[in-house]
Design a protein around this ligand. Structure first.
Ligand SMILES: Nc1ncnc2c1ncn2[C@@H]1O[C@H](COP(=O)(O)OP(=O)(O)OP(=O)(O)O)[C@@H](O)[C@H]1O
Length: 290
């Protein structure tokens, strides 16, 4: 008997192709799986579908097909500790695929058939009236402002370049307030902080060496000062593959982080709320096909 799996698929994701999906479904069938394809009709569907599957099946195999936003949706609908999740990269930046070294949707299908998994850690962000899980990162301060400032029309017209436009506007209307970041019993004053559950950021750029999806701790990148030139230097280091380094930059590891102030917060590339927020890691939240 073939093994049931559900493919939650976002047909609006950046590199979605009906043909590729058809090929992947055929490959999965040949590999002994029985895939049920569930296309999303809106932003909330991925989480709703994942929750419904978990209510029906004790240990489901759920494939998130789309970009990182689709994976985030699926993760936010899962029952902790029960599901196995896999990723079929059909998005724009597909950071998860880069973390796992998955080069194509076809390769992802082969890995799903092989069935090797590892326990996945996710982050839980809690603020006023907000509880949201993430698997890549939560950013507070500069990148929260950039994500909050992305205009819908620009994203549709320019894709990823809309973030650059928002970053330029953020640079022009610069704010210099700092916020308290408390982790591992230490309190630091920071201008921005990125809590990384994965090493890469915004594509294939190494930000937090040592952070990974499977360990219990986050890589926490803090920018202490508010000088624009420190941000530019950090960006150059990250683009050059040197990770978080430069004047005013610190990287430490922690499983719980408290962030004060009222700066904008983004998780996995979506604006969610303003601070203060508390972030904790949830090791073994699901099994991830690797
Ligand atoms: N049917 C839909 N119609 C409109 N928006 C949707 C639909 N399904 C999902 N979404 C939203 O689309 C957003 C972006 O999708 P996703 O992240 O999968 O693709 P992407 O942005 O191209 O890839 P990446 O995040 O890797 O850059 C998701 O956060 C989700 O909220």
């Amino acid at each position: 008997m073939s093994t049931r799996c559900s493919i939650i698929i976002n047909p609006t994701s950046g590199s979605y192709s009906e043909k590729v999906v058809g090929r992947v479904v055929a490959t999965l069938r040949e590999g002994g799986l029985d895939p049920l394809v569930l296309p999303t009709a809106g932003p909330d569907d991925a989480a709703a579908f994942a929750a419904r599957i978990c209510a029906r099946e004790p240990s489901p195999l759920i494939i998130a097909a789309g970009g990182d936003g689709t994976v985030n949706g699926v993760i936010n609908g899962l029952e902790p500790g029960r599901a196995t999740v896999a990723f079929l990269p059909l998005g724009t930046s597909n950071v998860l695929a880069r973390e796992l070294g998955i080069g194509s949707a076809e390769e992802a299908a082969r890995r799903i058939i092989r069935g090797e998994t590892r326990p996945l850690t996710v982050g839980l962000l809690e603020g006023f009236g907000v509880r949201r899980r993430f698997f890549l990162m939560a950013g507070v301060g500069f990148d929260g402002l950039v994500v909050e400032g992305v205009r819908g029309g620009e994203k549709r017209r320019f894709g990823a370049a809309a973030y650059l436009l928002s970053a330029l506007r953020t640079f022009a209307a610069w704010e210099t307030k700092s916020m308290a970041v408390t982790a591992g019993g230490e309190r630091r004053l920071c201008h921005s902080v990125v809590v990384c559950n994965a090493a890469r950021y915004g594509g294939n750029h190494l930000l937090a060496p040592g952070a990974n999806l499977f360990g219990p701790e986050f890589g926490v990148v803090c920018l202490g000062g508010s000088r624009r030139r420190d941000y530019l230097r950090l960006a150059l280091n990250v683009v050059a593959g040197r990770g978080a380094r430069g004047s005013g930059v610190s990287l430490f590891h922690a499983a719980e982080v408290e962030i004060g102030g009222n700066k904008p917060v983004q998780v996995d590339g979506d604006f969610v709320c303003h601070g203060p927020v508390r972030i904790s890691s949830l090791p073994g939240f699901a099994r991830l096909v690797v």
